[in-house]
Design a protein around this ligand. Structure first.
Ligand SMILES: NC(=O)c1ccc[n+]([C@@H]2O[C@H](COP(=O)([O-])OP(=O)(O)OC[C@H]3O[C@@H](n4cnc5c(N)ncnc54)[C@H](OP(=O)(O)O)[C@@H]3O)[C@@H](O)[C@H]2O)c1
Length: 166
């Protein structure tokens, strides 16, 4: 089972505020959708709740949601209560397991040590935020640039999408 992580960060590693994203970047959303479609997505309960009901579960993906609340019902998602349960739920699946956040779930995945690939969208601006991606020494990862996008009428900030792997 391959574990990848996908995230969009501002210049100070910020990822969210008030349980919402900090930007609206349709081109990055398209990349997220294309990259994760057909695979498995793992998210925290707060991230799940931040997705508008009409868009969840995320379409054409197996959705797994983490909560300590055993009675939580998330229609269309498998609810688990510890990170290690992921492996029991998906067993020897040939699909990639994408960790899609938020902050607490990125922490768990990176502590677990199973993530071998990361797709990071670097948004070239800083934002007022209350939620952050963990500090990582990216120089220890191989990397390639996948897409550099200037701001345009639909995407109000420029950004660069990079793939990192070990
Ligand atoms: N920029 C990006 O790429 C990106 C991506 C994703 C999310 N976000 C943003 O990130 C923010 C949400 O992140 P967050 O860190 O606040 O929340 P989160 O990671 O989405 O969810 C946290 C919840 O996960 C559950 N959880 C955490 N550790 C657990 C464990 N060890 N075992 C079982 N369950 C566990 C708990 O649920 P219970 O409280 O129910 O027990 C906890 O409250 C939002 O602002 C969202 O928009 C940004």
């Amino acid at each position: 089972m391959k574990f990848s992580l996908i995230v969009a960060v501002g210049e100070n590693n910020e990822i969210g505020k008030n349980n919402d994203l900090l930007w609206h970047l349709p081109r990055d959303m398209k990349f997220f959708r294309e990259t994760t479609t057909g695979h498995i997505v793992v998210m925290g309960r707060k991230n799940w709740e931040s997705i508008p009901e009409k868009f969840r579960p995320l379409r054409d993906r197996q959705n797994i949601m983490l909560t300590r609340n055993n009675s939580y019902e998330a229609k269309g998602a498998e609810v688990i209560s510890s990170f290690s349960d992921i492996k029991a739920v998906i067993k020897d699946d040939s699909r990639t397991c994408f960790i899609i956040g938020g902050s607490q779930i990125y922490d768990l995945a990176l502590e677990d040590g199973s993530v071998s690939e990361m797709y990071i969208t670097h948004v070239h601006q800083s934002f007022d935020a209350d939620t952050y991606f963990p500090e990582i020494d990216l120089s220890k990862w191989e990397s390639e640039t996948i897409l550099s996008h200037e701001k345009d009428d639909k995407n109000p900030h420029s950004f660069t999408i990079k793939r990192y792997w070990k």
